[in-house]
Design a binder for this molecule. Structure first.
Ligand code: FMN
Length: 161
C-alpha cells in the first residue's frame, strides 16, 4: 500500500477480527518503531508487546479501552524518565508502528485511557521508565467513518501565525 494511502486512509479501529497477526507482520510493525527518529539517536524507549489474553483483559478495564481485550496485540510504549525527549520519541515510534500496521492491513487505536500504576504493576515495568501510551492492533472488524478534521486553512500558517 502506498504510504500516503496508509496515512490518509487510517482510522482508529476499535473492533478487531479474531484473526492472529502473522509474526512477519508484527515484526515489520516493531521494526517501524525501532527505526523511528529519536532525539540525539538516544532511543530512550522500551515496548512491551502484549498478546496474552489474560493480560489484555486486565488492561481493558477502563471505559475507553475495552477493545484491548480483542486486539491481536497491544503495544505499551515506555520512555526513560531521565531523557528529556522520551515522551516525544516514544510517541513517534508508536505512530510509525500505526502506519506500518495500516500499510499491512492491520488496524490500530491509541489508548490514553490507562492507569499508569496498574499497567506498571501488571507488566513489571521498572521505576526508571514512564508509561507513555498504549496502542492496540488487530485486523479491522469495522469501517469507522472519517471523523471531523480541521481544515488546513484553520491550522496552517505560512511564515507567521
Ligand atoms: C494520545 C492518544 C490517546 C488516545 N486515547 C484513546 C483512548 O483511550 N480510547 C479510544 O477509544 N481512543 C483513543 N484515541 C483515539 C482518538 O480518539 C482518535 O485518534 C480520534 O478520535 C481521531 O480519530 P482517527 O484516529 O480515526 O483519526 C487516542 C488517540 C491519541 C492520539
Amino acid at each position: 500500500m502506498p504510504i500516503l494511502d496508509a496515512i490518509f486512509g487510517r482510522r482508529s479501529v476499535r473492533r478487531y477480527k479474531k484473526k492472529p497477526v502473522p509474526r512477519k507482520v508484527l515484526r515489520n510493525v516493531l521494526e517501524a518503531g525501532r527505526l523511528a527518529p529519536t532525539a540525539n539517536n538516544a532511543q530512550p524507549w522500551h515496548f512491551i508487546v502484549v498478546t496474552d489474553p489474560e493480560v489484555k483483559r486486565a488492561l481493558s478495564r477502563g471505559r475507553w479501552n475495552k477493545f484491548i481485550e480483542d486486539s491481536a496485540f497491544t503495544v505499551v510504549g515506555c520512555g526513560e524518565r531521565a531523557s528529556r525527549w522520551s515522551t516525544i520519541d516514544v510517541a513517534i515510534a508508536l505512530e510509525n508502528m500505526v502506519i506500518a500496521a495500516e500499510a499491512q492491513g492491520v488496524g490500530s487505536c491509541w489508548v490514553g485511557d490507562f492507569k499508569e500504576g496498574q499497567v506498571r504493576k501488571l507488566l513489571g515495568i521498572p521505576g526508571n521508565l514512564k508509561v507513555v501510551c498504549l496502542v492496540s492492533f488487530g485486523y479491522p472488524d469495522e469501517k469507522p467513518r472519517a471523523p471531523n478534521k480541521k481544515s488546513l486553512e484553520e491550522i496552517v500558517h505560512y511564515n507567521a501565525f
